[in-house]
Design a protein around this ligand. Sequence first.
Ligand code: ADP
Length: 170
Amino acid sequence: MIIELIKADITTIEADAIVNAANSSLLGGGGVDGAIHRKGGKAILDACMAIRNKQGKCDTGNAVITTAGNLPAKYVIHTVGPVWNGESERNNELLAACYRNSLMLAVENDIKVIAFPNISTGIYHFPKDKAAEIAIRTVNNFAQKEKIEKVIFVCFDDKNYDLYLQRLGR
Ligand code: ADP
């Protein structure tokens, strides 16, 4: 498994799947979620609503998969990060679960290249340094990593990009 780091808008990435930092409603929101639904179009929202009708809301740490609509990626994997409410092992574990469950869905759907945003580090206020550490560690420790060809960490803001760069090198 190759790990790549880029600074970009994730809606422009031509991966098999891009991951959305969704909320549990699955019906769209601000930040990266808003951008994905805006550029991906109605097909993504329709697919999210179909999932909601079938299984209800998406719990924090879980992930679901839909079409990517008009985006260059094939699929969107929507995962719900924890809202930061202070240091706790539970928050760390829930954020790790987002990465793990997204990767598991990728394997189940034969996805080889997957792009992650910096889940929970925007509106959900998870400390960026801690989130970067958890993201990189969880991807590196993924049990079926040989089934994924490439993980792309897509940073949008300078702070996240610098934190990942420190940990991953060039
Ligand atoms: P959360 O609610 O999980 O915190 P946000 O969307 O508010 O989700 O922020 C998560 C991260 O996504 C932040 O680091 C933010 O800089 C980044 N982000 C926002 N828009 C985009 C985008 N278009 N592409 C990639 N990352 C984005």
